[in-house]
Ligand binder design. Structure first.
Ligand code: AMP
Length: 843
């Protein structure tokens, strides 16, 4: 049909200009002019020039509508085709084509199905008027009658209904046919979804505050419908759920007080019965529009009960769930704190400056995300939480944005001007190994490889994060400033650049937030090995064991990786101080096991973290050289798990460092030791304070050789008070000088393995080391005359110390006579009363 029409249009193009209205009216002004069609129906061919002149088409020529006719008409005896309005009214015509009328029309033309209206059936022919004119058949007041030409019953119903009455009363807002069914794209609402009818058709007016106020209608009909069972079902896609029309009717709508209404009290059973066969009057009594909030004391009994039940449940939910949450939050916090206390050795992952930068970045990011979301979705719950206040949203966002940018600039300064910053950026640089690691990890994660790659200070995941943050800050900062300073931006750039910046800003924000959730939060929170939080952002430290596993290849001087000492035969351990000065110490210098943190200091990690101790011992051991203090310390360590911390061992360990790696202070201390003098208090205290984490160790500690002076004891007391790590006792091993002299006279040191052996002074056997066969030698200061001098010196310096601890009730004097086992039994007996109830975790 369209092709035909197009053909006629093409032909008409030649003739339309030539045929004047006067040519047509020559014949068609004759009132008696008729034609008879093929069916024998006689039709008037009269065209009233006056009507044409008063119509909306007054300025349109006859030939422009009857474009199929040529100047040969009527001699060619070809009847005029129906006028094709789409020539000028294309949009309306397309809408009509998809409407029920248009579809039925095609069916009619093609298949002879029953007639369907076309344009002129509603709009008229020569006398077409604009729909706003009261004389138009499409005017609001006439439309029901016009539609009633075909839809008689519906038209009668509408005119009789509350809507029809309002229309008749001249209420401009009253709905007519086209308000519900649309104009050209007319739809039958019979099979429309419940949601479409309730929301899109009836809801259009009944949810309008303006109309409800104006016509004194209940303000909440649509809201309360959607809160009802029917409304909820409709929202969740039910096609069978009752909609407004199911109960109120479609065209015959009356107020509920009107006996003709389908919701008049006596008609309710029948209305409900349409969907609920057998619905009784009692069943039909229930409220359909449920407004629990409004159903207060003023409602009927059912409503009041319902109101109270609801209040009761809300209160119960808040209380029960609130208490549950508080209870579990308490457990969580307790457990997290206990876990943090149990701790074990840690290494420094983020220094103070890095932590501060991370904190400001995280804080500003969270504010940006919240306020940004609220700006984009002003009706969302986040916006409500922010007080639904545009000023707070906008300025909160801008201030946080500025803070983020300033942090970014500070960070650039940090990486350019500080040693730690330069080291950080160097280690953050992506390299070929990262690409290999990604591939290797992919193989591991998919089960193609049995081991996962080892990472250095930063793995590819951390590098990706770091550079994504850098990139995101630049992008968000640039686009954010463009949006903020729109006027200035459009001074230089086209207006559309703001739209592009807004789009980038929005999607980059989504990308960043999701990346933080999925990537960063996994690594720092949800990873089972760090859950509930990787504490590096709080105190900068991470568990040494975890670090060894995750960053085994961190070879930075000063950032000790125990994995290296554990898994590599290079037999070296590293240490790190917070200032990153570092050194490598031959592992052979130390007993493998649990004292690396004490002996090396800095961030060195003990291979074996003490297990939860049976008896939490925090002891100071006193005793002259040769009383067997070292042996007792070993036994106490095995018995309680407490770590043997000897200050003398620190200095001896430092002696085996390569000269370049010995700090001047330590070099000085070694000098004192070599001369047999005491190291100055300040140096010793600095060294102990630096190793304070050993005192915090969950296994307890056995301080041996420290304190040596009252000044040291004072300082230790202050430190332990501050750390809340009170001493359990001070063990003073006592042995007569003669026996000490005798014992030390038999003490030998292996010149090869440095092991200690005791020999009988009377033995004539050659003195060889029982462990390695090396030559045994006697230390100069173990000779009897030297021992007596040492004893005197010892008693001189120690007696004020024993007095110091006696006054505090901490001193336990233990006889060091007899075998090590006997002495140890005495030690345990002496400690028994002090240890009652003191187990792991007791402070
Ligand atoms: P020791 O093994 O405890 O006899 O200590 C060996 C050497 O280290 C001593 O002779 C001192 O030079 C030095 N030293 C160890 N601990 C201390 C301390 N608390 N105060 C001063 N010097 C110490």
């Amino acid at each position: 049909m369209l092709t035909l029409a197009a053909g006629f249009l093409g032909a008409a193009a030649l003739t339309a200009a030539e045929i004047k209205n006067s040519d047509c009216l020559d014949c068609h002004s004759d009132k008696t002019l008729t034609s008879t069609n093929a069916a024998g129906v006689v039709r008037s061919m009269f065209a009233d020039a006056a009507i044409l002149a008063g119509s909306a088409h007054a300025k349109t020529t006859c030939a422009s509508c009857h474009a199929d006719l040529t100047s040969k008409h009527p001699d060619d005896n070809v009847a005029a085709l129906p006028v094709n309005c789409s020539h000028c009214h294309e949009k309306e015509s397309l809408s009509y084509g998809t409407s029920v009328h248009g579809v039925a029309r095609v069916d009619h033309v093609r298949n002879g199905a029953h007639a369907a209206p076309q344009c002129m059936d509603c709009h008229g022919t020569h006398g077409i008027l604009a729909a706003e004119l009261p004389a138009s058949p499409l005017h609001r007041s006439n439309l029901a009658k016009t539609c009633g030409q075909c839809h008689e019953q519906e038209s009668r119903d509408v005119l009789e209904s509350v809507h029809g009455k309002a229309l008749a009363a001249g209420r401009r807002d009253a709905p007519t046919c086209s308000d519900c069914h649309s104009e050209h794209n007319i739809k039958a609402l019979k099979n429309a979804s419940s949601l479409a009818i309730s929301q899109g058709t009836c809801g259009k007016c009944h949810a309008s505050e303006r109309l409800n106020t104006k016509y004194n209608l209940p303000p909440d009909r649509v809201k309360t419908f959607f809160a009802s069972y029917h409304g909820l079902a409709a929202q969740y896609g039910s096609t069978r759920a009752a909609n407004c029309g199911s109960c109120h009717g479609a065209h015959r709508i009356f107020p509920s007080t009107d006996p003709r209404s389908s919701i008049f009290v006596t008609n309710l059973s029948a209305t409900c019965g349409k969907c609920h066969p057998g619905a009784s009057a009692n069943f039909a009594q229930g409220k359909i529009h449920i407004d629990v909030e409004a159903a207060t004391a003023g409602g009927n009994l059912g409503e009041r009960i319902n109101w109270w039940v609801r209040k009761l449940y809300l209160g119960m939910i808040v209380t029960v769930i609130g208490l549950m949450a508080a209870h579990n939050a308490g457990i969580f916090l307790r457990k997290a704190a206990a876990r943090a206390r149990r701790g074990g050795p840690t290494v420094l992952r983020m220094d103070f400056s890095q932590r501060s930068q991370h904190f400001v970045l995280a804080f500003s990011f969270i504010i940006l995300a919240l306020t940004g979301f609220a700006l984009k979705f002003p009706d969302s719950w986040i916006a409500v939480l922010l007080g639904s206040n545009e000023g707070i949203r906008r300025w909160g966002h801008r201030i946080a944005g500025v803070v983020l940018l300033v942090t970014g600039v500070y960070h650039i300064g940090y990486v350019l001007t500080t040693r730690q910053g330069r080291s950080l950026i160097k280690d953050m640089m992506p390299n070929a190994k990262d690409a290999r690691d990604v591939a290797a990890n992919a193989r591991y994660l998919t089960g193609l490889a049995g081991t996962r790659p080892k990472f250095g200070r930063f793995g590819y995941a951390e590098k990706m994060e770091y550079w994504a943050v850098a990139w995101g800050t630049v992008i968000m900062g640039a686009t954010g400033l463009m949006i903020w300073f729109k006027l200035g931006t459009t001074h230089w750039l086209p207006r559309w650049s703001i739209d592009v910046a807004t789009t980038i800003h929005y999607y980059e924000a989504i990308l960043a937030c999701l990346a933080i959730l999925v990537w960063h939060f996994y690594h720092v929170i949800f990873d089972p090995e760090v859950y509930p939080l990787n504490r590096a952002c709080v105190d900068g430290r991470v568990p040494a064991e975890w670090y060894a596993e995750e960053h085994a290849l961190d070879r930075r001087p000063g950032n000790g990786s125990p994995a290296q000492s554990k898994h590599m035969n290079s037999i070296s351990m590293k240490r790190q101080n917070d200032n990153s000065s570092a050194t490598t110490v031959p592992l052979t210098s130390f007993k493998p096991g649990n004292r690396a943190a004490w002996l090396i200091g800095g961030n060195a990690i003990c291979d074996a973290v003490p297990a939860t101790p049976q008896h939490l011992c925090r002891l100071v051991l006193l005793g002259a050289p040769g009383v067997g203090k070292g042996t007792q310390a070993d036994l106490l360590h095995q018995w309680s798990g407490a770590c043997h911390l000897s200050t003398g061992d620190i200095f001896r360990a430092a002696k085996s460092l390569p000269p370049a790696e010995v700090t001047p202070a330590m070099q000085n201390a070694i000098g004192f030791m070599k001369r047999g003098e005491l190291v100055p208090d300040q140096t010793v205290l600095a060294i102990v304070t630096e190793r304070v984490r050993c005192l915090r160790c969950g296994g307890g500690y056995l301080l041996d050789g420290f304190p040596r002076t009252v000044a040291q004891a004072d300082a230790l007391e202050t430190l332990l008070k501050k750390e809340n790590l009170p001493l359990t006792a001070v063990l003073d091993y006592d042995l007569p000088v003669d026996q000490i002299v005798e014992r030390l006279a038999g003490r030998r040191v292996c010149s090869s393995c440095k092991g200690i052996t005791h020999v009988s002074g009377k033995s004539a056997a050659p003195e060889v080391c029982p462990h390695c066969g090396g030559k045994l030698i006697q230390r100069e200061d173990d000779r009897p005359e030297a021992v007596r001098v040492r004893m005197e010196a010892y008693h001189r310096s120690t007696s004020p110390l024993t007095e110091f601890y006696r006054q505090r009730g901490l001193l336990l004097t233990i006889s060091a006579e007899g075998t090590p086992a006997e002495i140890f039994q005495r030690t345990k007996d002496a400690l028994a009363s002090r240890l009652q109830g003191k187990t792991a975790g007791t402070r």
